[in-house]
Write a protein that binds this ligand. Sequence first.
Ligand SMILES: NC(=O)c1ccc[n+]([C@@H]2O[C@H](COP(=O)([O-])OP(=O)(O)OC[C@H]3O[C@@H](n4cnc5c(N)ncnc54)[C@H](OP(=O)(O)O)[C@@H]3O)[C@@H](O)[C@H]2O)c1
Length: 330
Amino acid sequence: MKALVLTAANHVELIDRPLPAPVPGRALVRMKAVALNRRDEWIREGKYPNIKLGVTMGSDGAGVVEAVYDEVDQPWVGQEVVINPNLDWGPDPEVQSSRYTILGMPVDGTFAEYIIVPVDRLQRKPRHLDFLQAAALPLGGLTAFRALFKRGGLKPDHNVLISGFGGGVAQFAFLFAQAVGANVYVTSGSDEKVEKALKLGAKGAYNYKRETSYSDLWKTKGGFHLVIDSAGGDQINNFIKVLRPNGRIVFYGATTGLPGKLDLYRMFWNQLSLLGSTMGNDHEFSEMLAFVSGSQIKPIIDSIRPFSKIAESFADITRPNKVGKIVFQV
Ligand SMILES: NC(=O)c1ccc[n+]([C@@H]2O[C@H](COP(=O)([O-])OP(=O)(O)OC[C@H]3O[C@@H](n4cnc5c(N)ncnc54)[C@H](OP(=O)(O)O)[C@@H]3O)[C@@H](O)[C@H]2O)c1
């Protein structure tokens, strides 16, 4: 079978690997679809902790359970599933344990025709989604769900600003916030994506590359209860300015690096909170799937490609005109 493996620094390739066999507590899953995340490209570039060569990459995927080892797990055989990419979150629902890791590095992940995963990583695929849509969901959906609802405390009538609308996680934050009836605004680095967000129902959309965007936000919206961001950098001070008193910024990444300064004066005076967030625990993963099913949410898919093109597609993760997830038919 084919698997996408990190074979050298900065190099991923599809190679032949022996078909794995189920062992106690694990299931063999025939993958039907997998999806790329920014994390995969960070790993390829060597900008991620605990990188090991020879590991099958990938955190997102959906498929059909082909076989299990234990008799008690037999009901899983033939089920259509999505894979929970969390491993060893640990006992504290608030914070991951020191053993926490994610499928796809340093342990083998989803980018293969067949994978072996612990049976407790299997979740039934939401019925309204096909395999391609379901494969887009795990890492991005879970990250957005925790950031918005658990860390961000989003309520239906809140004003929320999602930065970098084109991002794989940001699109879920956008869809989830809309589904609960929040007033959703976005930023993006391209006018094309700004237009797309407005067409999809954003109350306002702003190009973060234009100097006027944040002053417009402040004037027209009277302040946000919540900002969701993964870009970081000095822009965080603009978010501090457009928050209402008692508002929160939740950030789950820092793609553009650290801020050179932070407006602490305005933060303490306005009772503002700056909160970090990362994926989510197993219970939140189940909650996220139930929420997606209940609200009939369908991920925004940038493109669907054959699995044979996955290695060359890494270059497109950072493509400026990408909106949503790059997904592969296995
Ligand atoms: N903590 C976690 O558990 C976790 C989970 C998932 C992701 N992450 C991290 O979060 C980040 C995003 O992940 P992703 O998978 O969504 O990546 P992605 O699909 O590559 O999206 C990145 C997006 O960032 C936006 N962006 C770039 N520069 C920006 C700026 N100056 N201001 C606002 N937005 C900007 C762009 O939006 P536009 O195209 O609209 O301009 C781009 O589409 C990465 O750093 C990733 O490693 C962390």
